[in-house]
Design a protein around this ligand. Structure first.
Ligand code: SF4
Length: 284
């Protein structure tokens, strides 16, 4: 049974000790906005309400940014809640009118958000600023639809939902703790119906069993942007267990560069405006 505790009196967020299979901790963050680099360098900042991610995808590169080796190895089994995130954002200068990517190294709508409402509070604050920041929010969770009322208040906002494969058996191997493919497609549809601009992100592109059928399912959600990114096989200087696990799975599924290229070609033939790589992650 979950027990509720208040870890920091000055930040009245009551946290469970565990959420799903993950240990939950409160953390006092030093900053909440980080200058954006890499594939999101077109943005001014990234914003991550949490450190760690309960979804724990086998391929997640975010684990490599965790300086603590034990925590990197245990990626997916812990989440730190930045309990002072709202205070930091309220004090931050240069937020008005800036482009911000929400969820570059965590999922802002992972299960713990249902209890903390932390992402929601940050969005509420930003929605009141003039000029408002221009946001892209990245998730794979249906929980984002809870906040449709706040998302709709932004003049410039796009909600990205990652749909990485058409196969539940592939999904369960690479992303066993994540919402199902159907849930994600329904989320994209619901956001669109709520008047929110969306991106369907086939990223990273995991083994796809029926590319033509997948493209047709994706087209039905009428996303404003479709984007794909190849599965990256390079190990780089990092060799975390999660990365090795994903590489082994890729081998098991025989998901080599040729198959990936052919799959992108089929997707593109049915989704003519499919972006590849960072061009699909531009600010709104
Ligand atoms: S949902 Fe995103 S941040 Fe979380 S583990 Fe998966 S890839 Fe990493």
């Amino acid at each position: 049974m979950m027990s509720q505790i208040s870890l920091f009196e000055q930040y009245p967020i009551h946290l469970p000790l565990r959420s799903g299979g993950a240990t939950v901790s409160a953390r006092i963050a030093k900053s909440i906005l980080t200058p954006a680099t890499g594939f999101i360098s077109a943005f001014d900042y990234s914003l991550n309400p949490y450190s760690g991610c309960q979804f724990g995808c086998a391929y997640c590169y975010a684990a490599f940014f965790v300086p603590n080796v034990r925590k990197a190895d245990e990626w997916g089994r812990w989440v730190d809640v930045k309990v002072n995130a709202l205070e930091l954002l309220q004090k931050a200068r240069n937020v008005r009118g800036k482009t911000i990517y929400v969820g570059s190294v965590t999922d802002p709508y992972q299960p713990i958000e249902a209890k903390t409402h932390l992402t929601r509070s940050l969005l509420q604050h930003m929605s009141r600023l003039q000029p408002q920041p221009r946001l892209v929010i990245q998730t794979r969770s249906p929980l984002i639809t809870r906040d449709a009322d706040v998302l709709r208040r932004f003049r410039h906002l796009r909600a990205g939902v990652s749909v990485t494969t058409d196969s539940e058996s592939v999904r369960k191997r690479f992303e066993p703790s994540c919402p199902s493919i159907d849930q994600r497609l329904r989320t994209l549809k619901a956001l669109k119906e709520a008047g929110i601009r969306t991106s369907a992100c086939i990223s990273p592109m995991l083994p796809i069993l029926n590319p033509a059928g997948f493209a047709d399912r994706l087209r039905e959600v009428r996303a404003d942007v479709y984007v794909t990114q190849p599965f990256k096989e390079s190990r780089g200087p990092f060799a975390a267990g999660t990365r090795r696990m994903a590489l082994e799975l890729v081998k098991e599924f025989d998901w080599g560069p040729d198959k990936r290229r052919k799959t992108v070609d089929i997707l593109r033939s049915r989704l003519p405006h499919l972006y590849e790589g960072s061009s699909g992650y531009r600010p709104e």
